[in-house]
Ligand binder design. Structure first.
Ligand code: FCB
Length: 447
C-alpha cells in the first residue's frame, strides 16, 4: 500500500526545497557580491571535485522552467533561499535592487503558478565582507543579519507565506567553525560556540525586525535535528547519546524554546561557552510561528564512538536510513517543549549514485526513502504532533557543499553539461502522490 494525501492532516502542504548557492550560479551577475562559499571553493582541498557554485544548475537564468517543473509535480509549495550577497553585496548598508528584483520575479512566478513561496533568508552564503570582519564570531553580524532580513521582508512582504531566518545553525557554526568542513573552514570550538550564539541572536533580531513588516507571513527557523540513540542500555552508552543529543539538538532547541542553554552541555563545554549578554536569551526565544525540521538520519552512540547498526541500509552519504527516527523526533519535540510552534519538515531526502538509462532515471532506493519517511511523518501526525508540511530535499541535483557535484539529492536529475533536467522515478512517484494520478513507478513493499 502506498500513502496518499489522505494520510495527512487537512491543509498539509507538500513541496520541494533548494538553496541559493546550491542551484543559482550567476555568481558574479547583476551586482552580487562574493560569499564565503565563493572563497572557500577556491581553497585547494576543500571541495571533493574542486568544483564551485559559479554555474551550478544555472537556476538564476532557468528559474521559469524550474518553477514549471515544480508545478508539474503537483507541489503546493516551494522552499528556496535568498542569497544575502545579491541583496547586500557588502553584507550591510547599500542595497542592490537588482538582487531584490530577482527574488521578486521568482516569488511572483510562484504565485502565478499557484505555488506557496517559503523563503529562507540564510542558507550559508554569508557575504565575504562580513567574514572579513569576523563572520558569525562577531556579534555585529547578528545585527547586520536583522537589517538584511528587514530589507527582504520589506520588498517581498506577505507574498511570501513563510520566512525562515536561518537554515541549520549547527552547520553554519559547529560544522563551519569547529569541524572545518564548511566555509569558513575553521577548527576552533570556542569560535564555533560564539558563532552559534550570534546566529541564534541574529535569528531573534531578524524576527523582531520583520514582525512589524509582515502580517500574514509566518516567521520561524529551520534546525537540522538528529535523534541520538544509545548503542546499548549500558550507562556509558546512554551518557554518550545524551551528550550527542545535547550538542547537536538541545544546544539549539533549548535557547529557542526555553530561553536557556542546556546545563549539562554548558558544563561540558567549560571555558569555550559563548558570552551571553543580558536579554539575549529572551530575544532568541521570542515566539515564532513555526519550527522547520530537517531530518536525514539518526546517530547511534557508544562510549567509544558512533556505531553503524548492522542490517541497516545506508545512503551514498553513509547516512543510515532510519525513518522511525523521524517519528520519534517529532513526538519527542511535542513532549519536551510545551511552547513548540507548529512543525514543518523543511528537508528530508537521500543521495544515491543515479545513472540515466534512456530517458529515465531509476532510483528505487530514493522512492523507498521518501515513502518510508512520509509514512513516518503521517504516524507522528496521528500521534497528535502538529506537523503541517513536508518539503523534499531536493527539487533537483545540485552543488552538495564539500561534496561538490559528487552527490545527487534531486527528485530531478541534472545533466550539468547541458543543464537538461530529467524526472527521476522518485519525481514521478512524488507526482503521483501529490496529484493522486497513477504512476508507472513500481512501489516498494513496506519494510
Ligand atoms: C542539509 C542542507 C542542504 C543539503 C542537505 C543534503 O544539511 O541544509 O543544503 O546540503 O543537507
Amino acid at each position: 500500500m502506498t500513502i496518499t494525501r489522505n494520510d495527512f492532516p487537512d491543509g498539509f502542504v507538500f513541496g520541494v526545497a533548494t538553496s541559493s548557492y546550491q542551484i543559482e550560479g550567476a555568481a558574479r551577475e547583476d551586482g552580487r557580491g562574493p560569499s564565503i562559499w565563493d572563497t572557500f571553493c577556491r581553497e585547494p582541498g576543500r571541495i571533493r571535485d574542486a568544483s564551485n557554485g559559479d554555474v551550478a544548475c544555472d537556476h538564476y537564468h532557468r528559474w521559469p522552467g524550474d518553477l514549471d517543473l515544480i508545478r508539474g509535480l503537483g507541489a503546493d509549495a516551494y522552499r528556496f533561499s535568498v542569497a544575502w550577497p545579491r541583496i547586500q553585496p557588502d553584507g550591510k548598508g547599500r542595497v542592490n535592487s537588482a538582487g531584490l528584483d530577482f527574488y521578486e520575479r521568482l516569488v511572483d512566478g510562484m504565485l502565478e503558478r499557484g505555488l506557496e513561496p517559503h523563503a529562507t533568508l540564510y542558507h550559508w552564503d554569508l557575504p565575504q565582507a562580513l567574514q572579513d570582519a569576523g563572520g558569525w564570531v562577531s556579534r555585529d553580524t547578528a545585527f547586520h543579519f536583522a537589517e538584511y532580513a528587514h530589507v527582504v521582508a520589506g520588498r517581498l512582504g506577505d507574498r511570501v507565506v513563510s520566512y525562515a531566518t536561518l537554515n541549520e545553525p549547527w552547520c553554519s557554526s559547529i560544522l563551519s567553525y569547529q569541524i572545518g568542513e564548511h566555509a569558513p573552514g575553521l577548527r576552533d570550538r570556542r569560535l564555533a560556540l560564539a558563532a552559534a550564539h550570534h546566529l541564534l541572536l541574529g535569528h531573534g533580531e531578524a524576527v523582531a525586525a520583520m514582525r512589524g513588516l509582515v502580517r500574514e507571513a509566518g516567521l520561524g527557523i529551520v534546525l537540522n535535528l538528529q535523534p541520538a540513540y544509545p548503542a546499548s542500555d549500558r550507562g556509558e552508552d546512554v551518557a554518550a547519546a545524551r551528550l550527542a543529543d545535547g550538542t547537536f539538538n538541545r544546544w539549539f532547541l533549548d535557547p529557542l524554546l526555553r530561553a536557556e542553554y542546556p546545563e549539562d552541555i554548558w558544563e561540558a563545554y567549560g571555558a569555550d561557552v559563548p558570552e551571553v549578554q543580558p536579554g539575549d536569551l529572551a530575544r532568541i526565544a521570542q515566539p515564532t510561528d513555526f519550527l522547520g525540521v530537517n531530518y536525514y538520519s539518526r546517530s547511534v552512540n557508544g562510549a567509544s564512538g558512533n556505531v553503524r547498526p548492522a542490517g541497516s541500509s545506508y545512503t551514498q552519504m553513509g547516512w543510515e536510513v532510519y525513518p522511525q527516527g523521524l517519528t520519534d523526533l517529532l513526538v519527542r519535540l511535542k513532549g519536551d517543549y510545551p511552547d513548540l510552534p507548529p512543525l514543518f519538515i523543511t528537508e528530508n531526502g537521500a543521495a544515491y549514485p543515479d545513472e540515466p538509462s534512456g530517458d529515465r532515471v531509476h532510483d528505487p532506493e530514493r522512492v523507498r526513502y521518501f515513502q518510508a519517511h512520509l509514512e513516518a511523518v503521517a504516524r507522528a501526525a496521528r500521534q497528535g504532533v502538529d506537523v503541517r508540511g513536508y518539503f523534499a530535499w531536493s527539487l533537483m541535483d545540485n552543488f552538495e557543499w564539500a561534496y561538490g557535484y559528487t552527490r545527487r539529492f534531486g527528485l530531478v536529475y541534472v545533466d550539468y553539461e547541458t543543464q537538461a533536467r530529467v524526472l527521476k522515478d522518485s519525481a514521478r512517484w512524488y507526482r503521483a502522490l501529490l496529484t493522486g494520478q497513477p504512476s508507472d513507478v513500481p512501489v516498494a513493499a513496506d519494510d
